[in-house]
Design a protein around this ligand. Structure first.
Ligand SMILES: Cc1cc2nc3c(=O)[nH]c(=O)nc-3n(C[C@H](O)[C@H](O)[C@H](O)COP(=O)(O)O)c2cc1C
Length: 212
């Protein structure tokens, strides 16, 4: 059983704490040995998109590999890492109403025509098997309110982008308005604990058995 933990903040702070607490609980309660793979997008940034990578997306995959093989290595590694995972935790802050640039770059490297999705007359169809994704998201302001106080381009955007590659089972755990609390880390920890108490078992029921 493999758990991929993706962290998107440049800081080791609230979203990391929230995501790590959730990932730890998933490991502890999963009932199987879990190997954790960590991808630090914020603190160990990926290389920016190259012209060759962008060109490669316009070609059939065999031709793209032949012409641009070495330039696809970073993307290939990220796709393989995602493919291996039975469950994924994405820990991320909200940056300007949406995902941080570091997470957007990761998406640009894993959402790949002919590799993780294909174009059909009906639109893009994901090529990865679905698996549960848990997004641990923190914000300084009052995100995710009804009625909204800030526009939410985070959840609809991230769910849509993950859906393109076939990841449709996306859940969100949030700790928001942290700029208005005295102890943002404690607030993030409470949000994790509340989700663990209420929703962890349900989430684990959706993790495929090995070999599925
Ligand atoms: C560049 C940047 C943009 C931000 N934009 C928003 C925003 O649009 N809405 C919001 O509520 N908080 C915003 N924040 C605040 C962060 O979401 C908040 O501080 C969050 O807890 C940071 O997560 P971290 O502790 O994991 O770094 C922004 C912070 C940064 C650095």
């Amino acid at each position: 059983m493999e758990l991929l933990l993706i962290e998107a903040s440049p800081r080791h702070a609230t979203s990391s704490l929230l995501g790590r607490r959730l990932a730890g609980a998933l490991q502890e309660h999963c009932g199987r040995a879990v190997t954790l793979t960590e991808r630090q997008l914020g603190r160990q940034p990926l290389a920016p998109l190259s012209a060759e990578y962008a060109e490669s997306l316009l070609l059939p995959i065999d031709e793209a590999r032949e012409r641009y093989g070495a330039h696809l290595a970073q993307s290939d590694e990220l796709v393989a890492e995602l493919e291996r995972a039975d469950m994924v935790v994405i820990a991320s802050p909200v940056h300007n109403f949406t995902v941080p640039a570091a997470l957007k770059l990761w998406l640009d490297l894993v959402v790949r025509n002919g590799v993780t999705f294909k174009n059909t007359p009906e639109g893009k169809v994901g090529l990865l098997r679905d698996r549960p994704v848990l997004v641990a998201v923190t914000s300084g302001g009052a995100m995710f309110r009804d009625p909204p106080k800030q526009p939410d381009f985070f959840r609809p955007y991230l769910s849509a982008a993950l859906g393109v590659v076939g990841l449709h089972s996306v859940s969100y755990v949030s700790a928001t308005a942290l700029a208005f609390t005295e102890q943002p880390l404690a607030h993030a920890a409470s949000a994790a604990d509340a989700w663990i108490a209420a929703s962890l078992q349900g989430f684990l029921r959706n993790v495929p058995d090995q070999g599925d």
